[in-house]
Design a protein around this ligand. Structure first.
Ligand SMILES: *[C@@H]1O[C@H](CO)[C@@H](O)[C@H](O)[C@H]1NC(C)=O
Ligand SMILES: *[C@@H]1O[C@H](CO)[C@@H](O)[C@H](O)[C@H]1NC(C)=O
Ligand SMILES: *[C@@H]1O[C@H](CO)[C@@H](O)[C@H](O)[C@H]1NC(C)=O
Ligand SMILES: *[C@@H]1O[C@H](CO)[C@@H](O)[C@H](O)[C@H]1NC(C)=O
Ligand SMILES: *[C@@H]1O[C@H](CO)[C@@H](O)[C@H](O)[C@H]1NC(C)=O
Ligand SMILES: *[C@@H]1O[C@H](CO)[C@@H](O)[C@H](O)[C@H]1NC(C)=O
Ligand SMILES: *[C@@H]1O[C@H](CO)[C@@H](O)[C@H](O)[C@H]1NC(C)=O
Length: 838
């Protein structure tokens, strides 16, 4: 049966329905299909009237599992846990009906009645109650299994499930409580507001919970909130399962009715787990069963969205009229007494409780029942009854609603289908609040934000800390007075509930495979990349010429590096200057002693040339220090190569002279004629000229230029001189090498020649050092980073210059300065002779 499905879906089973009593009798069932009621289901409170409003309330928290064997008649329903709060709702309905019944304005010529049933917070029992509502004053007297159920109009005061807004499935459903779509929206905003990104979801095993969780998940999709787990409190309560549910997420959203929450919370408290921040759905956020002081350590700080509170002036007085001696046979009233006073006013009712008079006064501790200072659900019940009454009134006056109405409607005033229409169109105000329904049967979305705080005597008090107004524009709906909130664990600080702490600037999130996006590792940015915000998803690459700082939080300009006057530069400069000075000193010594034998033997003019060019060699090392400019770059290699070519050419000239001088002593050989001073100059000049030509063509074609090298080391910009043409560079070096090798070979040939103050040996030796230095230079130069390449080259220049200076001139200076007695032609030659003899 379709209608049963309808009721099965409603949870909590809390609806008011309306049925006709005397004025309308439903059609008889088709012949041959007579069915009979198998058992009766008695209402808790009943009053006759022309129109009877049915009310279904969860007067008990739960019921024992019914026997569903279906092969025999099941025993009567056994419900447990009387709920004084729901009882108050039921009394509110009675009050409202009686008010309307007596009203001169509302339904003046008609009487109104009610039938109130207990659903025991159990869907199946709710279905039975709904059927019983339809079946006349007494179930047993109307054996019609009415097909009318489909047309039944319902107004719910507490069924917020979004599922019920589907007009195709539930064409006759209205409610005075906002649709859960708004509540999940509000909860999602609350989670985001407090940066709770790691939350658990717990729901009851019913459509209400299922739809609310679905809605919340949809609402949170794409937001930064992740669901740590979602669990269901089983319908058949199971302690083991419940303990598994209580997990590590600090913030837990619960969509459940208070009935199922009770055993669940009992076990949670038994486990002595504290510090969980509960986010309550409207179904239990104002549940008075949890207000006892023993709950505070576990539930204090709970926050949630409560139904708007209203004001019912006569409620408090009305509730006081409910006493055992007025309803001597009503077990619900006796149960209320048992729940409030722990005693039994009627000995037949319970033998377990001590007897009492039944005239006890209601006390402050009975606030679960009596506190009417801020009715919420009661107020909804009140509104719902008035909505039905207004719709009925409009219907009975056949007053068309604001909408245009069908012609034939007008004529027949067909009752039931029209009631639907009038409910849809109803609009009135109670206590200053507009009551009406949108096309889906929903009412205005408005919630109070309730926070559970410690009140007098350690009890929990529901404190209003803000509101959610769904009619406001998006983003403005939530208004929270944060300073008024007391959080779980009696904290005034907002609790932190995250899976992974946020990543500081300088790192980025790395999602863990197979885990929710809220669980991530923080990975430091690579060098050259930065993140300057917390929780960056990516590190951004620094722009060109910028590099990350060590914290990777900002891009800083790259360090510019070149060989400058730092310690290395100063040392090299000092060495160069010392070398140049030394060379000039030697030059001075030679000039001063230019008439002594050793200077004359050694061809003073060539020596001066060598010394001068060596001085230049030392000085050209200085060009390598300092920021490269286009001029210094061009000067560097050319100055160095030309001075070195000059120097080696001079030495080559000298070697030739040595060689020639010896061969000249052989008879018939006048080679010395071809190696006079002029020829020597020509040789030196032409050898140097070749290098000058190479350098000139290099400078003209592809001169060296300053360049910014960012490849070698990413964090630095190395200012260096690009050679322009590598071929030219290696040609220049190769030419010097060629001259040096030539010089070396000739000197080597001449090293054993007698009679010439073993000059050839010194030249051989100096060329050996020279070649060694420059051969070592090549690999060192190629593998040196940045400014060190320049330093290596400078060092090679200085080392080879010193090598030449010492090898060629140290022995001579020694003789000139320290052994002047040896500085005679005879001695030099004689000694040579002597050496030769040995
Ligand atoms: C129903 O009850 C009958 C008789 O008590 C029993 O034989 C049968 O197994 C029961 N069926 C179920 C499904 O429990
Ligand atoms: C409604 O009013 C009639 C008479 O006016 C009365 O008999 C009946 O008991 C009233 N019903 C309720 C529910 O108050
Ligand atoms: C109520 O009944 C009285 C008398 O029977 C009648 O005068 C009055 O118009 C009726 N009011 C309504 C609203 O039907
Ligand atoms: C939530 O986080 C944002 C930034 O991430 C911060 O500005 C805000 O103050 C935080 N809110 C709370 C309640 O901590
Ligand atoms: C619960 O825990 C609190 C503090 O963690 C401790 O003081 C208290 O004794 C515990 N109670 C039980 C019943 O274990
Ligand atoms: C009723 O509840 C309100 C707020 O929850 C509280 O301030 C008031 O003291 C309570 N009244 C009684 C009689 O308990
Ligand atoms: C972060 O870096 C980006 C670009 O790198 C810049 O536009 C932005 O202003 C920076 N933000 C802060 C807070 O430093």
């Amino acid at each position: 049966m379709t209608p049963l499905v309808l009721f099965h879906l409603i949870y909590p089973v809390c609806v008011l329905t309306i049925t006709l009593n005397s004025r309308y009798s439903p059609a008889s069932p088709p012949p041959g299909k007579v069915c009979a009621l198998q058992s009766s289901f008695e209402p808790g409170f009943v009053a006759e009237g022309d129109y009877v409003i049915g009310g279904i309330f969860p007067l008990h928290y739960n019921q024992e599992m019914p026997d569903l064997n279906c092969t025999y008649r099941p025993s009567a329903v056994k419900c447990n846990g009387f709920d004084p709060r729901a009882f108050r709702w039921a009394q509110t309905m009675r009050l409202a009906v009686e008010e309307i019944n007596q009203s001169k304005e509302l339904l003046p010529n008609h009487t109104l009645g009610y039938k109130i049933f207990d659903s025991c917070a159990y869907p199946l029992t709710g279905q039975r109650a709904a059927l019983a509502v339809l079946n006349g004053p007494n179930e047993a007297h109307s054996p019609t299994c009415t097909v009318f159920l489909i047309l039944l109009s319902q107004i719910s005061y507490f069924s917020s499930c979004a599922c019920l807004s589907d007009r195709r499935k539930y064409p006759t459903f209205f409610r005075v409580i906002p649709n859960d779509d708004y509540q999940v929206k509000a909860i999602a905003q609350l989670l985001l507001r407090f940066n709770w990104t790691w939350v658990g979801l717990v729901r009851g095993d019913h459509e209400y919970g299922r739809f609310a969780v679905q809605g919340l998940l949809k609402e949170l999709q794409g937001s930064k909130v992740c669901i740590a787990y979602q669990e269901m409190i089983p319908l058949l309560y199971n302690r083991q399962r419940a303990l598994e549910i209580i997990s590590q997420a600090k913030v837990v959203v619960v969509f459940s009715a208070e009935g199922e929450m009770t055993p669940f919370l009992r076990d949670y408290m038994k486990e002595n787990i504290t510090g969980i921040q509960w986010v309550a759905s409207e179904a239990w956020v104002t549940a008075s069963v949890f207000t006892g002081s023993e709950y505070y350590p576990y539930l204090g700080g709970t926050i949630g969205f409560g139904i708007r509170q209203g004001h019912i002036p006569k409620l408090s007085d009305y509730l006081q009229t409910v006493e055992p001696h007025r309803y001597p046979s009503n077990t619900l009233v006796l149960e209320l007494w048992g729940a409030l006073y722990g005693c039994s006013p009627s000995p037949s009712f319970s033998s377990l409780l001590p007897p009492c008079s039944g005239q006890e006064t209601l006390l402050e501790q009975h606030s679960a029942y009596m506190n009417t200072s801020s009715p919420r659900v009661s107020y909804n019940v009140y509104k719902a009854v008035y909505a039905i009454a207004h719709a009925l009134q409009n219907l009975l006056l056949c007053k068309p609603g604001s909408e245009k109405i069908h012609e034939n409607f007008h004529i027949t005033c067909l009752f039931v289908s029209k009631l639907q229409h009038y409910l849809q169109e109803v609009a009135f105000s109670i206590d200053g609040e507009e009551v009406n329904f949108d096309l889906k049967g929903d009412s205005i979305p408005y919630y109070d934000i309730i926070n559970w705080q410690r009140g007098s005597g350690g009890k929990i008090e529901f404190v209003n800390v803000g509101l959610f107004d769904g009619t406001k524009t998006a983003g403005k709906e939530l208004v929270i007075q944060e300073e008024k909130i007391m959080w779980a664990g009696h904290q005034s600080e907002v609790l932190v509930s995250v899976c992974s702490a946020s990543c500081l600037p300088g790192s980025r999130k790395a999602v863990r495979r197979g885990e929710p996006v809220c669980c991530f590792d923080c990975v430091p940015c690579d060098s050259g990349k930065i993140s300057n915000q917390t929780d960056s998803v990516d590190c951004t690459l620094c722009p060109q010429d910028f590099w990350s700082n060590t914290e990777r939080t900002a891009c800083i300009p790259k360090k510019v590096e070149f060989l400058t006057y730092d310690s290395l530069g100063i040392a090299l400069t000092a060495i160069a200057v010392v070398g140049a000075c030394l060379t000039i000193a030697v030059l001075a010594i030679f000039f001063y002693h230019k008439n002594t034998a050793i200077v004359r033997i050694n061809n003073s003019e060539l020596s001066f040339f060598i010394l001068l060019s060596l001085t230049l060699c030392f000085l050209c090392a200085l060009v390598f220090i300092g920021e490269p400019t286009s001029w210094s770059c061009m000067l560097r290699h050319t100055a160095f190569s030309i001075t070195f070519s000059l120097c080696i050419s001079c030495i080559l000239g000298k070697t030739l002279v040595v060689l020639a001088a010896f061969t000249a002593t052989m008879p018939g050989n006048n080679i010395m004629k071809w190696l006079g001073p002029r020829q020597q100059r020509v040789i030196i000049f032409s050898c140097t000229l070749i290098q000058v030509v190479i350098c000139a063509s290099w400078l003209i074609d592809a001169p060296p230029f300053p360049s910014r090298n960012t490849q070698y080391e990413h964090s630095k910009i190395i200012l260096e001189c690009a050679v322009g043409s590598s071929l030219a560079f290696w040609c220049v070096l190769g030419y010097i090498g060629l001259l040096a090798c030539l010089c070396f070979v000739l000197a080597f040939l001449a090293r054993k020649l007698p009679g010439n103050f073993n000059e050839a040996k010194f030249i051989t030796f100096s060329m050996l050092i020279f070649c060694a230095v420059w051969l070592a230079f090549i690999p060192a130069y190629i593998s040196s980073p940045g400014k060190y390449a320049d330093a290596v080259e400078t060092f090679a220049i200085l080392a080879s210059s010193f090598g030449l200076l010492f090898c060629l001139f140290a022995p001579k200076c020694y003789i000139i300065l320290l052994k002047p007695e040896m500085n005679t032609k005879q001695h030099l030659l004689g000694k040579e002779k002597k050496q030769e003899d040995q």
